[in-house]
Design a protein around this ligand. Sequence first.
Ligand code: R5P
Length: 285
Amino acid sequence: MIVIGGSSSVGLAKEVANNLGCEFMQASTTRFPDGECYTRLDRESIEGDAVIIQNTYPDGNLVEMLLIRDAAVTLGAKRVIMVIPYFGYARQDRLFKPGEPMSAKVMCGILDRVCDKVVTVDLHKESTLDHFTHEHVDLKAAAAIAEHFKSEGIDMVLSPDIGASARAKDVGDRMGVPYDHLEKTRLSGTEVRIAPAKSDCAGKRILIVDDMISTGGTIIAASKALKEAGAASVTVACTHGVFVNNALDNLRASALKEVLCCNTIDTPASGISVAGIIADELRKG
Ligand code: R5P
């Protein structure tokens, strides 16, 4: 087995290969003057399976992944396993208005045609994977997050909405602390309203967990509600730190104690590694 890192995930791919004790190679990717992607796997052949680790976000990374896959197959890869730490378009998993595409399904359809197995991490909704006909698995970052925070004196784990409550339970159970969820209403792409917390948060050190932070609107509103409820401190850990429009700077300048995410996307806050859980899955074949 060889682990190939696409440009979005070089560090993570290296870590996964080290964990597995197998060969790592980085795809040499550049851009043509017109912006089109050029990539090359600088070797003569591939024997055995090729694991390609690359995000499908932003769009250019999807094209790079497809090109790396073709190069790997041409070099002789037996099976192609796509590890997609952050799967773009996962939030557009249903029709919100007539005339829209089912974007998440479209992405699955493209990838399904070109690989033998897909490994994702904390997909927005696990049911998205039902669109794959090949072997697929969605790994959970909860164990890595709980491990990171287990000796940080957290009193309670909360999710910002009911949709992420299973994640709060998973992390809370692993840390041996209570969990709950807040009530979120989305007002626009950047604004949300969070109802006052039902649980007693006064004096507590709270850890908010979510699958992703994009604009940061959800976490800013949640931490405000928790501070108003008397929380002693609010820390946030998400799996995917997308951090659009200076979201990370805004969050760090807020009353939050700490902002951390996993290394599914490489950011200055990516302090929790999912390499171990990916390697464990790849060991299964
Ligand atoms: C939504 O359901 C997700 O779980 C996240 O809470 C959301 O995508 C975060 O987006 P933002 O940071 O823009 O509020």
